[in-house]
Write a protein of this length. Structure first.
Length: 103
């Protein structure tokens, strides 16, 4: 079996779900924090913790702004995040392919 490294930042289930959701957006598009929270059915606190980890890695960009007088937070996958996710998918495929001959 080949040694395949899965990115530990993305591999955590909640962060993987975040990255998958954001990867469906076109490059440059973003999602509001409440929309992402609702889509993933996560609590605000849990989502915030995972977004912080992804932001530290440079995988997501968090933009805080205002819509009128209301504060709004937007989340987007960065180019680095998209590349890391592509690498992650390739690593998972390689891992699955290497297990193809085992029972």
């Amino acid at each position: 079996m080949t040694s395949v490294e899965l990115d530990p930042v993305i591999h955590a289930q909640a962060r993987l779900r975040v990255v998958v959701a954001l990867s469906t957006l076109r490059e440059g598009d973003r999602l509001s924090f409440p929309s992402l929270k609702d889509l993933l059915e996560m609590t605000a606190g849990n989502l915030s913790v995972h977004l912080s980890k992804l932001e530290e890695a440079g995988y997501v960009e968090i933009t805080k702004t205002h819509k009128g007088r209301t504060p709004v937070t937007y989340v987007a996958l960065t180019r680095r995040g998209r590349a890391a996710f592509e690498d992650y998918k390739a690593a998972v495929r390689a891992l699955l392919d290497s297990a193809g001959g085992t029972a």
